[in-house]
Design a protein around this ligand. Structure first.
Ligand code: ARG
Length: 453
């Protein structure tokens, strides 16, 4: 085993079980690019500030870039007993360039280094997630534009409530996903500041130029308290919360996909490429993508709770507990990046059964409110018209018919003020098209909204 970099004050070697227990290399190795990027910027600044020679900085830079290239070509693998990615790279650097490598860590601690790596990694990954989310938003926006006049029931309590359109339904999710996008962006921009210069906890006496390092790394500023710079992981928690909320939305939509693809609803037919069969029942076509999305929501919530609980009792500043933050954060990232592509593909390829949606909208007395509103326009107070409309619904149920199919004579038995114009007033088209207020289902209103998208 290689000698530990911190072996100076120790008399005994670390126990083998402790070595394995302590090592984060198996998971933090994924931050190698950010670790190298940070070290290149740090060493260049050390030279600019006259803390190390330009010659050493050049050697460090070349060495680090060759390590990066060798990792990416597969020439250099992570099968080492190094404690973490930071030690791994530094050890490798020193073995390649000698003494100059030992100067890299001047004015820096792994505590500010690991906080920097995680921030840089999170920002990179957030950009990927936003791109994937944009594809989903674009997909459902295109679908909505195709379905401005596809009528369907809107539900409350999963009972048919009032008619809407499929475009209007999708608009609800467009709004949710846009807020999710904003939250992810905000979390990433808050994460995008540099803790370098915080040292182990109390900063450093070297005349570092923190701002220039941050600028070189594309970060918007530096942390304002060295204790906070190494101690907090709220940026990871904030990102995980934003993704948890996104997963909550995806999960609700998934639940509806599962329902709507069932024989009971038949609003959706999933594409063969995005559904699965049963090993026993030949007739089955299962909505596994939606179900997995719903399931993975639980997993992401678990990660968020892990992060919150890992951090909740830690005294300032750095504690090794915080190493555990990484696996939960990485799992959030991997999970959402795994969820979005198949989810978007499933949406893009499924068949919308306009006929069944419309039949359902016609079937459930979703125009009963509009009938009551019609009678209000005839001068009857709403509380009374509500009652009349309710009685008419009851009459229809007893006679196995629907409101728009009743004869005018039937209508008149309930209110003499009902005239021929009632049929137009309670048609599906009127019920939807008249709801033109901002946010309402009227095709023109929804179109205006979608055109701005
Ligand atoms: N691998 C460590 C982590 O992820 C790096 C920081 C180590 N710092 C320390 N003081 N032991 O937290």
């Amino acid at each position: 085993m290689a000698k530990k970099m911190w072996a100076g004050r120790f008399e005994k070697a670390t126990d083998e079980t402790v070595n394995d227990y302590n090592s984060s290399l198996p998971f933090d190795s994924r931050m190698y690019a950010q670790d190298i990027e940070g070290s290149v910027a740090h060493s260049a600044m050390l030279a600019r500030q006259g803390i190390i020679s330009q010659e050493d900085a050049d050697k460090i830079r070349e060495g680090l870039l060759s390590i990066k290239a060798d990792i990416e070509s597969g020439k250099l693998t992570f099968d080492s007993d190094a404690e973490d990615i930071h030690m791994f790279i530094e050890e490798e650097l020193t073995s390649r360039i000698g003494d100059a490598g030992k100067r890299l860590h001047t004015g820096r601690s792994r505590n500010d280094q690991v906080a920097l790596d995680q921030r840089l990694y999170l920002v990179d990954e957030a950009l990927d997630v936003i791109e994937l989310l944009d594809e989903l938003i674009e997909t459902i926006t295109d679908m909505a534009k195709e379905h401005l006049t596809t009528y369907m029931p809107g539900y409350t309590h999963l009972q048919r409530a009032q008619p809407i359109t499929y475009a209007h339904y999708l608009t609800a999710y467009i709004e949710m996903f846009k807020r999710d996008r904003d939250r992810i962006e905000a979390a990433a921009s808050r994460a995008n500041i540099s803790p370098l210069g915080s040292g182990a906890l109390a900063g450093t006496t070297y005349p570092l130029d923190r701002e220039s390092v941050a600028g070189e790394l594309g970060m918007s500023g530096v942390t304002m308290c060295s204790l906070d710079g190494v101690a907090d992981r709220d940026f990871a928690i904030e990102f995980a919360s934003a993704i948890s909320i996104l997963m909550m939305h995806l999960s609700r939509m998934s639940e509806e996909i599962i329902l709507y693809a069932s024989q009971e609803f038949k609003f959706y037919e999933l594409d063969d490429a995005y559904s699965t069969g049963s090993s026993m029942m030949p007739q089955k076509k299962n909505p596994d993508v939606a179900e997995l999305t719903r399931g993975k929501t639980g997993r992401v919530y678990g990660d968020l709770i892990s992060l919150l609980v890992i951090m909740k009792g830690l005294p300032l500043t750095y504690n090794k507990d915080m190493q555990e933050v990484q696996e939960s954060l990485f799992d959030v990232i991997d999970t959402i990046k795994g969820v979005l592509p198949p989810f978007t593909g499933m949406m893009k390829t499924m068949t919308i059964r306009k006929d069944n949606m419309e039949a359902a909208a016609l079937g459930g007395f979703t125009n009963a409110t509009d009938l009551a509103d019609y009678l209000v326009r005839k001068g009857i107070p709403f509380r009374e018209t509500h009652e009349i409309s309710g009685k008419l619904v009851h009459y229809c149920i007893e006679n196995n018919t629907t409101l728009e199919k009743l004869s005018l004579d039937d209508f008149k038995k309930f209110s003499s003020l009902i005239e021929e114009d009632v049929y137009d007033a309670i048609s599906l088209e009127t019920c939807v098209n008249k709801r033109t207020l901002t946010g309402g289902p009227a095709p023109d209103t929804v179109k205006k909204y979608l055109d701005k998208e």
